[in-house]
Design a protein around this ligand. Structure first.
Ligand code: B12
Length: 271
């Protein structure tokens, strides 16, 4: 095990402005922590046989920006974070390659256009499952990974590497408090209200909602991330009470006005 390398990678991530990094062993995919689990051909060693470790990077979505979602502000931030994630995983993979470890970066999404997900709504590799194994968070009622730092408002990218790095521990317990805010707020009624993976997001319903928003230039939806009360990011903005997002909340009229203002510009309006 190369523990100095782990510290070097953490330092490199800090330098690149990536605040979250976690490590998993590729063997962990072969010991399913729950069922149903990721099928064999979707696991790191099946994709790059040299893989000994997976390194998962996480970058946050700024809370007051996602509060305006769906909006051009969130749409642009989503693209920015995606680009930075792909750049960071690529740079880290090259860095490890130069040190003699066969490595590859995995695209943060892995599909050409939302429309291709109609027939096949999965990617060749799942970053959520990688982030879970790397100890970065736990699955929430909204089917995505919640983290202590940013709740679900974080996007992930992964690097497969031949370096054998000590894995981080899977997070114990459950960050999701099952408040059901995400289930109630979902405009597509795509969240079944049962714990992952007993029931999954209705991918088709979520996809159709996102395709409608794409036509208006303001995808993705992001509402199940915005209303989640978990995450230390809420403290900075004094937003620990997630009931502020309720329609008709009179106590925070100024905030609602600001969100409506941002939402009113830069998007194609009702078709
Ligand atoms: C396809 C996709 C979508 C689709 C389908 C959504 C879905 N829930 O699967 C659409 C477009 C609808 C979508 C929407 C959203 N997405 Co999306 N999406 C992806 C993508 C590209 C692939 C997901 C995937 O294929 N997972 C693989 C399978 C393994 O997961 P699974 O379906 O849960 O499979 C389980 C079972 O089905 C079982 N299984 C049984 N039989 C089979 C057979 C096969 C073939 C497979 C694969 C599995 C399987 O095994 C699995 C384990 O339990 C990932 C990026 C990536 N490459 O990981 C982002 C990703 C999951 N999305 C993300 C986000 C944030 C969103 C949105 C909030 C939109 C937004 N960006 O604001 C919404 C929320 C959706 C929700 N609440 O569920 C983030 C989540 C971050 C986090 N904090 O966890 C990701 C990881 C992107 C990223 N790089 O950060 N998404």
């Amino acid at each position: 095990m190369v523990s100095r390398l782990k510290e070097e990678i953490r330092k490199k991530c800090t330098e690149m402005g990536v605040p979250m990094v976690g490590f998993a062993s590729s063997d962990q995919w072969d010991r399913p922590p729950f069922q149903p689990w990721v099928p064999e051909e979707f696991r790191p060693k099946a994709i790059l046989p040299e893989t000994r470790s997976a390194i998962v990077l996480g970058m946050p979505i700024t809370l007051p920006i996602i509060e305006t979602a769906p909006s051009i502000a969130y749409h642009v931030l989503y693209e920015t974070v995606n680009r930075l994630l792909d750049q960071s995983t690529y740079l880290l993979s090259n860095y490890l390659g130069k040190k003699g470890y066969a490595s590859m970066s995995i695209p943060r999404d892995g599909y050409g256009h939302l429309s291709v997900l109609k027939d096949r709504p999965v990617a060749f590799f799942s970053h959520r499952h990688a982030a879970y194994l790397a100890g970065l968070g736990t699955f929430g009622m909204n089917n995505v990974i919640l983290t202590r730092e940013y709740g679900p408002r974080v996007r992930f990218g992964t690097i497969f590497t031949a370096a054998e790095i000590e894995p981080d521990r899977i997070m114990e317990g459950d960050l999701c408090i099952k408040c059901m805010r995400c289930v109630d707020a979902c405009p597509a009624k795509a969240l079944p209200g049962q714990e992952y993976p007993q029931r999954l997001t209705d991918k088709d319903a979520c996809l159709m909602e996102n395709l409608k928003l794409l036509e208006r230039y303001i995808s993705p939806c992001g509402i199940c991330l915005k209303v989640c009360p978990i995450g230390e990011d809420r403290k900075l903005f004094d937003r620990e009470d997630a009931s502020i997002y309720d329609e008709g909340d009179k106590r925070h009229e100024a905030l609602h006005r600001a969100w409506r203002h941002v939402r009113s510009y830069g998007a194609r309006h009702s078709q």
